[in-house]
Design a binder for this molecule. Sequence first.
Ligand SMILES: *Cc1c(COP(=O)(O)O)cnc(C)c1O
Length: 315
Amino acid sequence: MREVMAAAEVGDDVYGEDPTVNALESATAELLGKESGMFVTSGTQGNLCALLAHCGRGDEYIVGDHAHEYRYEGGGAAVLGSIQPQPVPIGDDGMIDLSAAEAVVKADDFHFARTRLLCLENTCDGKVLTGSQMRAAGELAARYGLGHHLDGARLFNAAVALGEPVAELVEPFDSVSVCLSKGLGAPVGSVLVGSAKLVAEARKWRKMLGGGLRQAGVLAAAGLYALEHNVERLAVDHTNAARLAEGLVGGVTIESCATNMVFVDVASAGGLGKQLEERGILTTWHGSKCRLVTHLDVSSDDVDRVVEGFSELLS
Ligand SMILES: *Cc1c(COP(=O)(O)O)cnc(C)c1O
């Protein structure tokens, strides 16, 4: 990856003249079966550009109550777009409650914000939404004339877990944002795809957000490399996560999923993070809970080390 970055042909992407960025944008759009793509600095910027392109001031988007775009992106749509979120519950399967979503679609009435967009996230906390769940959401969006956006930061994990072509899975969506910098292992960047019209609108917002980059081909080259070499191997991360979940026994409650995340709940977590750190294992805790994520820099031996660390410290 570093070699293709060093060798990348570049130009000025603010003028659409960086051949490597252009290649990444069209390759991603083609892979996802959409007309057009736009390289963005981060998943947050991809989601925000999409929200700003779909919705105007006083509009509203329906979103899961712990979806990344609602909970973990600084409220950007409200701050910068005057767009109101309408959260709805996410079930244990990672899918938003569609009847709750339908119930909050607002009538055309000056008392209400204008409901404009329905958002999903796949994977959500590592959980995979199936093609039929996404189609059901797409039908709801179509029934009410809403736009439909997917936060697909970890979409390729879902596609690999399902063993289904990614373009088929995202067919119901008007826009999709995918991260190159998570499991795919690029240092920086996401791509937002959709219709040419929507992406053109999003491009104006990207410029305003300071995301118009110049010789960005060095970054796009890493993205192209990631799409070519690091998608199928996500299955290895899923196997590693499953081994991790199986290995962690005794004093812990495990919630695993079909992809690359394991949630650990340790009743007696006090000091455990520090003790793991002393063994060179860095973890993040929220009270008694810890999220472990496997990716291309976590080997099968690393998984063994983590399992060993946890079981020795907890026994
Ligand atoms: C990481 C992530 C994002 C945001 O990506 P950044 O590049 O960190 O801004 C958005 N949505 C989901 C589901 C993510 O996992």
